[in-house]
Design a protein around this ligand. Structure first.
Ligand code: SF4
Ligand code: SF4
Length: 459
């Protein structure tokens, strides 16, 4: 049919086919750039198969082409509505406000520091006899960055250790002397300044909340103040997140994972230490909470500061990068303007059905079930002993759960279009879960080490 003979229905069909072609070519190129061969091949195939019927029906004259065009347009419209319509937005968030505080001495990072033969060691297991058997299990493994660990790498492990060493150099500076004279600060202006400066320093998201009782540990579990009650009379907390590199995490649970984790703890820690020092120069007490030197539970603070929601794997899920972030917090008496929590029940609704992290978890630490009532709070809780024992076997911090989570995809137009649909529409959420498996695999294998890391002989 010559172009002049094309009806408005033909032209519309051709336009929709062209739009689908452009989008699918863009998705193919984006997946190729992300190093996702399976998604690249599938999008390339779809770029041929999906627009073809629109081109044929819109461009060729044949009996019944009008009806065929209407069917194709109806399919495209349904797809658009399933993505766009705010269906399922009446989801009711469950109550996840903690009613009790956590003793930092009970978490694995504190328990791993207990030395057999010491009174502290004996006292802990007298108080918590149930911890003894699982803790003996992780102590029987080579340990984090240990030489006999299964993911041992002769260069990557010392490199991660060098990053942890750097974090220790920051420790004396998490707190410090406060300038004797106060600078008068308008809360809104200084909050804006802090937010923009943190972003300029490398944070990907920043939020502020009033500091709440349940944000604080009850007792210090690490460092020279071990055993002291946590007393922090600060009123506000600023939470910041830095991105963990996607390509590196694709190698989880191999050695690059722990290098990346450690490095991003350094990056977030440096920003937090700088912000805290800046606030003290304004004449207000401030403390940075960085890896190994926390008085607050960072994911809870970050959640209440509007940075995201806490999902099945117990980590903060940010809107743009999912759990693929590292957090740090600054607490202070400087009056700031809180952002407040941005509740997004679509995240927990997605987690209810997805379970991809539970499938991929090599230690079985992540629950497949619904969230449970734990000390009056409805939430998922991972088996921290099983998770940590695996870390000690691997020598790395594993992160398979973070790597496979559909929210961890890069912050690009393609993935943000999908995230928009996931946030808005329950039908789209249901569709997105199996499609993520099809395009990226349900249990994707760890990517090979980069060439530049092979020089040490590999793991
Ligand atoms: S992998 Fe799925 S279930 Fe697990 S945290 Fe991510 S979205 Fe939730
Ligand atoms: S870090 Fe590894 S072992 Fe721990 S919960 Fe995630 S997948 Fe499981």
């Amino acid at each position: 049919m010559p172009p002049a003979d094309l009806s408005p229905l033909d032209l519309l069909t051709l336009a929709v086919g062209a739009a689908l072609f452009v989008f699918l070519v863009y998705a193919t190129a984006g997946s190729w750039r992300e190093g996702e061969p399976r998604a690249t091949a599938l999008f390339a195939l779809l770029a041929v198969v999906v627009p073809a019927p629109y081109g044929l029906v819109g461009g060729l004259g044949f009996r019944g082409e009008g009806a065929a065009a209407l069917v194709l347009l109806a399919v495209a419209t349904l797809g658009l509505l399933a993505w766009l319509l705010p269906l399922g937005r009446s989801l009711r968030p469950w109550d996840d406000t903690p009613t009790t505080r956590i003793d930092e001495r009970d978490i694995m990072f504190s328990r791993r520091l207990l030395e057999p033969g010491t009174e502290r060691f004996a006292a802990h297991y007298r108080k918590h006899p149930a911890h003894k058997a699982p803790d003996d299990a992780f102590r029987a493994e080579p340990g984090l960055l240990g030489k006999g660990a299964s993911a041992y790498h002769p260069l990557a492990f010392p490199a991660a250790d060098a990053s942890f060493w750097t974090i220790e150099r920051l420790r004396p500076h998490v707190d410090g002397a406060v300038a004797p004279e106060r600078v008068d600060c308008d809360p809104a202006s200084v909050t804006t300044f802090l937010r923009h400066w943190a972003l300029k320093l490398g944070a990907v998201s920043v939020g502020v909340t009033e500091l709440r009782d349940y944000h604080l540990y009850t007792t210090v579990g690490r460092g020279p103040d071990w055993g002291r009650p946590v007393e922090l009379d600060h009123t506000h907390a600023l939470a910041l997140a830095v991105e963990m590199d996607k390509a590196t995490l694709d190698r989880a649970p191999l050695a690059p994972t722990v290098m990346e984790s450690a490095q991003q703890y350094v990056a977030s820690g440096v920003i937090a230490v700088q912000l805290a020092d800046f606030i003290r120069r304004l004449g207000y007490p401030a403390r940075a909470h960085i890896d190994g030197h926390y008085r607050v539970i960072c994911p809870l603070v970050a959640r209440d500061a509007g940075l995201g929601e806490i999902g099945r794997m117990g980590l903060l899920m940010t809107p743009g990068l999912g759990p693929r972030v590292r957090l740090a917090v600054v607490t202070t008496t400087l009056p700031l303007t809180p952002d407040g929590r941005r509740r997004d029940p679509s995240v927990t609704d997605f987690c209810l059905r997805c379970r991809k992290c539970a499938v991929a978890c090599p230690s079985g630490a992540i629950s497949f079930g619904d969230p449970a009532d734990i000390a009056g709070v409805t939430r998922w809780q991972i088996d921290q002993e099983a998770c940590f024992t695996l870390w000690c076997r691997l020598g790395t911090d594993c992160a398979r759960c973070v790597r496979v989570c559909p929210y961890s995809h890069p912050n690009t137009l393609l993935h943000n279009l999908i995230r928009t649909g996931v946030r808005r529409s329950a039908p789209f959420r249901r569709l997105a879960i199996p499609l993520d498996d099809v395009f990226y695999g349900r249990r994707p294998a760890p990517a090979a080490l980069p060439e530049w890391m092979e020089c040490g002989g590999g793991p």
